[in-house]
Structures are given as C-alpha cells and as structure tokens.
Design a protein around this ligand. Sequence first.
Ligand SMILES: *Cc1c(COP(=O)(O)O)cnc(C)c1O
Length: 496
Amino acid sequence: MPQASRKSEQKSHSEPEQEPEQEPEQEPEGDFAALIDFHPYRDRFEAYHRIPAEPRSRESILAELGAMAEEEDRMGNAGRVSGSIYHGGHDHYQFLTEAYGLFAHANVLQRDMYPSATKLEGEIVAMTASLLNGAAVAEHHPGEEVCGVVTFGGTESLINPMLVYRERGRVEKGIAAPEVIIPVTAHVALQKAAHMLDIEIIQAPVRDDWRADVDWMREHVTPNTIAIVGSAGNYPHGLIDPIEEISALALEHDLGFHVDGCMGGFILPWAERLGYPIPVFDFRLPGVTSISADTHKFGYALKGTSVLLYRNSTLRRYQYFSYPDWPGGIYMSPGLSGSRSGGVVAAAWAAMLSLGEQGYMEIAERIFETAATILTGIATIPELEVFGDPTFIIAFRGRGIDIYHVNDFLISKGWRLNALQLPPGLHFCVTRPNTADGVADAFLADLRDAVAYAKTPGLGPARSGALYGLGGSPEGNEALDLLFAAALDAMYDVVP
Ligand SMILES: *Cc1c(COP(=O)(O)O)cnc(C)c1O
C-alpha cells in the first residue's frame, strides 16, 4: 500500500512515557479482529452476497435496520461517548430526518431542477460567515467579501483550501513544489490532502502550552510556502492555536492562512458570547484567508455537511472545476463532490433555523459547564495531567501510569473516550448528551477507579494501547499500514 503520508512523524516536545514494547503481530487481521468485531450480526441476519431474486418486504427490511439502529444507538444514548454524537436528541434527529426526506432524492448539482439548493446552501454559508465575523473583513480588506461553499464534511473542507493555496501559489507566484506548515496537532485530513495534492507538509511542534510554536513556523517559511494552518480548536487536545500570531505571520509573507474550525467553529463563538476567555480566531483577524466549520459536529446537523469560508471570491474560484469539452455536456462543480443529495443540505439549514442562536447558546452553556466540571475533577487526581488550558475537549495523560490502562477500565464501564498518542493520552470531547444530569460525576467516579486500576501491580499490556505501541518507527509504521489495510479490506467483507 503506498504510504507517502507518514514520512515525517515528529515527536512533540514531551517524551512519550511508558509506551508498551510490542512486537509487530504475525497476523495483523487476526489482531484487529480481536479488537473490533466487524460482524456482530453474523448469526442473526441473513448475509447477502447477491441481490435477492425475490423482493423482500419493506416491513421486514425496516425491522432489520431498526434492530441494528436501536442497538447501536444505545451507547450514544447513554451519554458516555466523547464527540461523535453532538446533539443526541432523537426528536431533533426526527425533525432533521423529515427535512432530509423532502430532498433525499434531489441532486443539488442540478440547480435548474433544485433551486432550493441555491437558497439553502447560500443561507448556510451566510449564517456561518456571520457567526465567524465575516463582516469584519470590510474593515481590514475593503472590497473583499467572505464567501464559501457547503462541503460533504470536514475532510473536504480541508482538502479544498489546500487545493486553493496550491493553485494560488502556482498561478500567482510560480510555486512548483508547494509546502504547507501545520502544527503537529492539526487534523490528519490535512495529511490526506497533501497526499492527494502532492503538497509537502511541514509539521511544526507545539510549545509548552501544547499550542503551535509560531516562532518555529516563522523560521520554516520558505519561498515555497503556500499556506499555514492553525486550529480552533485542534482535535487531539481541543486547544486553540495562537491564531492572532499566525495571522500576523501570514500577512508578513502573504501566505494563505486556513483556520481549522471544523471542531470549534460552531461552539467557540457561543463561548465568547457567554463570557469565556476565547481568543479571537475568525475573520476579525486580517491574516485569516479561510475557515472551516463543521455543521455535522456542533452545528447539530446530520453527518455529511461542513462549511468552508474564504475571505474573498478570488480564493474560492481556485477550487472550482469546470470542463467545457466533455461529450457528456458542459460540466462544472464547486468542489470534490459530483452528484450530491439535497437531503443533508436541507437538514443542515433546518438545524440552524430550528435551534437559533438561543438554542445554540443554551446547549453551549451546558457543554462548557460540564467540561469545567470534568476539568476540575481531573485536576484533583494527581496521576493525571491535563494538556494545556482547554474549554470543551478535555485531554489528559498519565503521570506514572499507563493511560491506556485507564482507558481499558473506562471502556469496561461503557465509556468511549478517544485515545491519543505522541504522547499517549485520552480526550473527552464534551457534547450535548454528556451534559445530562449526573454524567460528569459518574465519569469522574469511574475515572478515579480507572486510575486505581491502572496502578494495580502486574497488569499486562493495555488492550486499548495495543496498536499505539507499534507506531513511531519506520518498521512499526509499516506493520501498522499493513494492519490498517487488512482492517479496511475486512470492512468490505460480507460475513467471512
Ligand atoms: C472532525 C474534524 C475535522 C474533519 O473531520 P471529518 O470527519 O471529515 O468531518 C477536521 N478538523 C478537526 C479539528 C476536526 O475535529
């Protein structure tokens, strides 16, 4: 499997502690299967290897899907999941699904048939631009106006701007070997973008506060640098990079500056209004040239939409694709997608209107309070250490214990946190289901027990750390790539 992307694995300033020594497994598929059962329904439902000859009744199809959905929702409904389920209200989802259903079959590429898409997408972009202070652009860049696109998710909202900056560098500056500087904590979809677009990623370390080292970034700007990236907040630790400093650096060198607000774009603005000390990270800063914000995270929409904003329409045009000479007709599309369902667009628009500022604020307030409770609780546990100064994603690591042992225990109690590495850690991305009464206290109680468990003498290697032990060296990464390839293959197997 070609793997151009993991060549510059950089350790950040802190040494990983107690990474369990592990030999690469002989049979990677077997190892992965031991961690995740891809086929729990193998004995319960018929497996289809071909389209059934006779139609099956809608009723029985829906019953089967319903049984799976109900089981799979249990964990999210219990409020013990980090991230992933952002709203969690089934009445809300029901409403979004109704909106979705009206346009599920519509292809938004065909605007003559579906002018509603123009209204809905334009308004989603405008509402997001307003939330992220797009109007401020007129003050520092008169004549420019924020614009954007609706994408299929955060990943597309990161690939598109990389294409834009590559094309801008090529067309306006003659840059043939483009480089993008990103913090090591920036989202991995940027690595995917670089892999696809043949861009070189330069990974900046983080400072003692776990936020991007802007001095390091400044020292690594070259004539080939097309763009820099900062996160608000980043996925691993939820922290907001020094966006104002990076903005100044971008202006200094006329670089594209993408602020990855996929995670924070729809939650941090409410924190600011609630009086939390959130540094400015949006279009009020003159160096910011694009921002991504995921409607399908804290926008509380259905999965499959995100918003990507540019400071001006010249930038946006670099991501457009048109091809007038195709026998199939004149073709144009704004981003990576071809045909797209209007359903998710309608649902995103419906989510924004039905919540309103008031709805977003109320949920945000509870999220920040819950996160503060968790943060305060963790601070009283001497064996744990929080990464930086977080607001809604609380990331922590072990002091003298293996944090993956902590995770093993939490998993046994039904919690689903996200495992971090380089260095090892866990994060709890607080979402609306986690704000239910008693969840934070139950978590802290289990966390204390988990730490006690992690101190048990003679524990074997942590189950949830098994894969992480392999990474960090070329041979280890090669073994992991094989393992992942086998796992991805396995995801498309009908019951083996
Ligand atoms: C979720 C996320 C993304 C994009 O992820 P998708 O799964 O493609 O939506 C990008 N950046 C950050 C910081 C994120 O949290």
